[in-house]
Design a protein. Structure first.
Length: 155
């Protein structure tokens, strides 16, 4: 037997090295980009606090004293309505954020599909035999939407 096999192994050296590398990478990213964003619930709290601070920072003549009081009341009511939900079920906001991302991806996919059909040139159009559109066919999807090669920018 060799010396390496005689010593007891404490843990998994590969896992330890990976964990060290991961922690070093996290520290490097924190130093470069700042702290990572919190959960969706924490971000909602921060948003509500920031909006409340900004609205209270406006001078009273801009809104009037009564209007500014009403704005503060609305902010307090919104916070009191949201806080219990955030405390009981913070994962709800993570799921809502993920669902919103999925909806956006589905919308982009649908728009890109339509955009491709709208801007596609047919072989007949390239050959100079007219536009290639079936003017008599109302089911032709190319008859919907903008003409030409107009792109829709989603960002």
């Amino acid at each position: 037997m060799s010396e390496a096999n005689d010593r007891p192994v404490d843990g998994d050296p590969w896992a330890d090295a990976c964990a060290e590398d991961l922690e070093a990478e996290k520290a490097r990213r924190r130093a470069r980009y700042g702290p990572p964003p919190g959960s969706a619930a924490e971000e909602l709290r921060k948003l509500m606090d920031a909006v409340g601070e900004k609205l209270s920072a406006f001078p009273a003549p801009l809104f009037g004293a009564a209007a500014q009081g009403a704005v503060q009341q609305v902010i307090r009511q919104a916070k009191s309505a949201v806080e219990p939900v955030v405390e009981r079920n913070p994962e709800i906001f993570d799921h809502l954020a993920a669902a919103g991302g999925e909806l956006l991806a589905a919308y982009r996919s649908a728009v890109e599909g339509h955009e491709t059909r709208w801007t596609r040139e047919t072989d007949a159009a390239r050959g100079g035999k007219g536009s290639g559109r079936a003017a008599d066919d109302p089911a032709d999807p190319r008859d919907e939407g903008p003409s030409g090669t107009e792109r829709i920018d989603l960002d």
